[in-house]
Write a protein that binds this ligand. Structure first.
Ligand code: TSX
Ligand code: MN
Length: 606
């Protein structure tokens, strides 16, 4: 059985499942219904095999700890492939393979890869089942850990299978941990294979994942489908699949605003999604923390849904001070992976409490004390938890129609140059902000401009096609929106430092001040407010004096000035770096972005 033979059957989901089974040769095939009964049976089985360790039911009811193989702890970008027929469609920042060559390479890899295991068939929906912005997939997997995680992260069940059987196009997603069990061989708690493939076929909308049981490599609805494959579907159909959190902001006057925000990793996206405002009377409610699908609505607005149903978040750094809502979310019914275990059967990770407990079992299962000289939890350890149990979840967060966006935010982690907040002067300028997102390389000396890690739209590892084509697509989508309903675009930087290396901005809940200014700008753009909110600068509109509420922060005028300082010399060097970065993408960079760069340079010279 070849991979092409398997793909040829996809018009009939039952024929396709039979074909995958013929290729991978599992001992049994189980169709999943997403039920509580199914979940319990799988959990019981995994407790028996040692894949899941039950936590103390009094301390952490309904919760489990999984410890992965120590070599299967993160996404594997070097083994992630975009298999478009034309290499240039994958772009210079993706690993490309010719589709038929990749199918040929994968055939022996998947042949018999599920021997001795059960193959689960998981029909899932990204977005509420049957919703106008939603899409369905069917993942087959030989990992029960993946099945129970898919229960949390997506909508699994009979209703989805009904859609597929009725002819709704689905994304076929094949996943094998790549560890067949020859006759009678005992299983291990975390089977996987040192050779990994995360292969995407954007033209046929297929995913083939081999060798890993971890997160984005294995929960194929998330990065593989909802970002890489969906970005291509969106390109072809006029919408956007983005690496963005989604929140609802409510003002003291009761006005509601919806904001989507893209940040590269390690910028606190989940913290912002669950932010507790310090500004009196303001409320932030969570709609999503990782992925948003954005689609022009009939009224010319840009509507957004969170296609996921749960959070798969990084545990370290999540604590009562940085993210109290997440801590409450994790109080029950959570699967933890690669965190540390306390002697009383609870979990711990760096940042959960100020001081580490005196003894722990670390993520590898070894005894640990604060003197061990290694982290107790893996830096990429995770929680998997239902979004519905988040205390800040928004009413109607799962409305199939989504919400109309008022603002889009692009963030980065920059010690220098980039102001706390700036508003784009136009949609094109906003796309320029998204295309030029950057963070300082962590190893780089502070203050050295030139060591920038670019992560355009925070989509570098997640765009299923050429990044520069993605920018052109953003320009097209924006042009199709009603000028009065188009979201305003902003750039933020919570991480600017003073000359002594101290953060200038307190961040966290105080970021509500920045959010409030943004949506007040939305009101001004719509004529709801008539006061002056912003002043021009070469890099965009900055808050006018007094427009950003800093009451009670104790920020002196000098600190405020540093937060918004635009140094023409460093920005000119930054413009040179942007030109170099654009050159990577050659002539696929839209002219509007070159124009915007020229405007920036001209403004810096004035
Ligand atoms: O998540 C963060 N956010 C967004 C919150 C909604 N972090 C953590 C980033 C790593 C994942 C931040 N870190 C933020 C922030 O706004 N800001 C900072 C930097 C910072 C760190 C500590 C302090 C202040 C700023 N502490 C004190 O000032 C006491
Ligand atoms: Mn992410």
């Amino acid at each position: 059985m070849t991979l092409a033979d398997v793909t040829a059957t996809r018009g009939d989901v039952h024929a396709w499942v039979d074909a995958v089974a013929e290729l991978t040769q599992p001992d049994a095939v189980v169709w999943c219904d997403g039920s509580e009964r199914e979940r319990r049976a799988l959990v019981e089985r995994m407790v028996h095999t040692g894949t899941l360790l039950p936590l103390d039911p009094d301390l952490r009811p309904g919760s489990y700890l999984a410890r992965s193989d120590p070599d299967d702890v993160a996404r594997v970008e070097s083994r992630t492939f975009i298999c478009s027929s034309d290499e240039s469609d994958a772009g210079p920042t993706n690993n490309w393979r010719e589709p038929s060559a990749m199918r040929t390479e994968l055939e022996p890899v998947f042949t018999g890869s599920m021997r001795g295991r059960t193959m689960y068939v998981v029909p899932f929906s990204m977005g509420p089942v049957g919703g106008p912005l939603s899409r369905v997939g069917v993942q087959v997997t030989d990992s029960p850990y993946v099945v129970v995680s898919m229960h949390v992260m997506t909508r699994v069940g009979r209703a989805v299978l009904d859609l597929v059987e009725a002819g709704t196009p689905f994304v076929p997603a094949v996943h094998s941990v790549g560890a067949p069990l020859p006759d009678g061989q005992a299983d291990v708690p975390w089977p996987c294979n040192p050779t990994k493939y995360i292969a995407h076929f954007p033209e046929t909308r297929e995913i083939w994942s081999f060798g890993s049981g971890y997160g984005g490599n294995a929960l194929l609805g998330k990065k593989c489908f909802a970002l890489r494959i969906a970005s291509v579907i969106g390109r072809d159909e006029g919408w956007l699949a983005e690496h963005m959190l989604l929140v609802r902001l409510t003002s003291p006057q009761g006005r509601r605003y919806h904001v989507a925000a893209a940040f590269p990793s390690a910028c606190g996206k989940t913290n912002l999604a669950m932010l507790v405002p310090t500004l009196p009377g303001w409320r932030v409610e969570t709609i999503g923390d990782d992925i948003a699908w954005l689609r022009p609505g009939a009224d010319g607005s840009l509507r957004a849904i969170n296609p996921e149903a749960g959070f798969f978040g990084v545990a370290p750094g999540t604590g009562p001070a940085t993210n109290p809502a997440a801590i409450e979310t994790l109080s029950r019914d959570t699967i933890f992976t690669n965190v540390a275990l306390t002697p009383d059967g609870d979990v711990w990770w760096e940042g959960l409490t100020a001081e580490a407990p005196p003894r722990l079992v670390d993520w590898t299962g070894r005894d640990w004390t604060p003197d061990s000289g290694r982290p107790a939890a893996h830096p990429n350890s995770r929680f998997t938890v239902s979004a519905a149990q988040c205390p800040t979840i928004a009413d109607g967060w799962d409305d199939p129609e989504g919400v109309a966006l008022d603002a889009i935010v692009f963030g980065g982690r920059r010690a220098t140059n980039v102001p706390l907040v700036a508003q784009a002067q136009s949609w094109e300028h906003g796309v320029f902000m998204g295309a030029t997102i950057s963070s300082e390389r962590t190893a780089a000396a502070e203050g050295v401009v030139g060591e920038l890690r670019r992560d355009p739209f925070a989509m570098m590892p997640f765009c299923g096609y050429d990044m520069a084509d993605h920018w052109a697509h953003w320009l097209r989508v924006g042009a199709a929106l009603d000028a009065d309903r188009r979201p305003l675009v902003f750039q933020v930087n919570w991480f600017r430092k003073d000359d002594d290396g101290r953060f200038l901005w307190p961040g966290f809940g105080e970021n509500s001040r920045v959010l409030a200014w943004m949506v007040e700008q939305v009101d001004r753009a719509r004529g709801v407010r008539t006061d002056v909110g912003a002043v021009g600068s070469p890099v965009g509109l900055l808050p006018a004096p007094g427009a950003l509420n800093t009451d009670g922060l104790g920020l002196d005028d000098a600190t405020l000035a540093q937060l918004f300082d635009i140094d023409p010399g460093s920005w000119a060097r930054e413009a040179d770096l942007t030109e170099e970065f654009f050159a990577v993408f050659g002539d696929r960079v839209p002219a509007a972005l070159h124009d915007r760069l020229a405007q920036l340079r001209a403004a810096l010279e004035r």
